[in-house]
Design a binder for this molecule. Structure first.
Ligand code: ADP
Ligand code: SF4
Ligand code: MG
Length: 339
């Protein structure tokens, strides 16, 4: 099945739940003298639709546990959706076999948060970079592979003469540069970066971010960039998707989201950014407990903490709606013109 539009990646009505009830024996319970099977789920993603346009850096933000990594892994084919579809250049990819997925594995690369865990400590840098190049380019000669390795090492600012060293000999920042080099080595079009700088020293976060931005310009890359840091988004993103409890609250061009956030959750997030300027919005303190994705609230998932909640919000799930200014927002209050 193909889906026509200009996006590079389309996420369509995605749901992902994880069973947390163990194996069958753990699930069996006696209730009223009867043996019943009780299953419990984490509802990590609940109906997310999102288009990633070619050449953009689409940032996904939201607090820990809201489902950012699950979106990333599902898009990459590392998790199978419970429902919904993923398209790449209009081709459906969430239901492909490993073999059918191979060409997409070259076009789509992922950079993980923890460069300590994502690099094999028993491999030299040279081996780490050679493996994916060789795997995806069977016809390349050893000389061409060596040139490619040197090219990507230079691109990420790691001296090619260090190729025989092991990853444990490098600092966190250098390891993340090497992870980026490994992603770039197969000439991808699309990179999913899941909090790629959060584990790094603050002093080197900007360097790694800049290097990713340079790589984007030079190689025409498209990013799905996941972060919980709004300062990074403002610097890096062309558009921002704000998530809360496995749903998309708001999707807008970066400047617009920062100057006029529409969803009450986005407004609260924005008000918490420390700013030097006087135009900072008043700090909005959210009350109410953060609900768990095991027992999802009815209606709007944000209703227990929203200062603008009404009866409809508690019953009806708000749909993502396109406003005149190009922002998409899922909020009854905005739709009813009372916000
Ligand atoms: N493999 C898993 N099994 C059970 N629950 C999971 C699993 N992966 C993620 N979750 C749960 O799904 C929710 C979303 O997690 P995640 O996507 O990692 O959020 P984020 O990246 O935004 O912090 C969380 O409640 C998390 O505990
Ligand atoms: S739908 Fe209602 S509860 Fe949800 S964010 Fe909008 S106003 Fe608040
Ligand atoms: Mg995460």
């Amino acid at each position: 099945m193909t889906e026509q539009n200009n996006s590079l990646v389309q996420i369509r009505d995605l749901y992902k739940r994880f069973s947390i009830s163990g194996d069958l024996l753990d699930q069996l319970q006696f209730k009223g003298g009867k043996l019943i099977r009780h299953q419990e789920y984490v509802h990590a993603i609940n109906g997310v639709s999102l288009d990633v346009m070619p050449g953009e850096a689409l940032c996904v933000v939201g607090e820990s546990g809201c489902g950012k990594s699950t979106v990333a892994r599902t898009v990459m084919g590392l998790l199978t959706p419970t429902a919904g579809q993923i398209f790449y250049r209009g081709e459906r990819i969430d239901n492909l076999s490993d073999k059918q997925m191979l060409p997409y594995r070259k076009k789509m690369q992922m950079i993980f948060q923890n460069p300590y865990a994502s690099l094999n400590p028993r491999m030299t840098i040279m081996e780490t970079l050679r493996e994916p190049i060789r795997f995806h380019n069977r016809a390349m000669s050893s000389g061409e592979i060596r040139d490619k390795i040197a090219e990507v090492m230079l691109a990420v600012g790691v001296d090619p003469s260090w190729g025989e060293r092991y990853s444990h000999e490098f600092s966190g920042g250098q390891r993340q540069r090497i992870s980026i080099a490994r992603a770039l080595a197969v000439d991808p079009e699309f990179i999913v970066a899941d909090e790629p700088i959060s584990a790094l020293d603050v002093s080197i976060q900007a360097q790694v971010l800049n290097l990713m931005m340079d790589a984007q310009k030079e190689r025409n890359l498209t990013y799905l960039f996941i972060t919980h840091d709004l300062a990074v988004v403002e610097h890096f993103g062309t558009r921002v998707a704000v998530m809360y409890l496995g749903t998309l609250c708001e999707l807008a061009p970066t400047k617009q989201l920062f100057s006029s956030p529409r969803h009450p959750y986005t407004q609260a997030l924005m008000s918490a950014i420390p700013r030097l300027e006087d135009d900072r919005p008043d700090y909005i303190k959210l009350t109410g407990e953060v609900p768990t994705p095991v027992n999802l609230p009815s209606g709007c998932v944000f209703h227990g903490r929203c200062p603008h909640v009404n009866e409809r919000c508690k019953r009806e799930i708000p749909a993502l709606t396109l406003l005149q200014d190009g922002t998409q927002v899922a909020c009854h209050g905005v739709e009813e013109n009372r916000l």
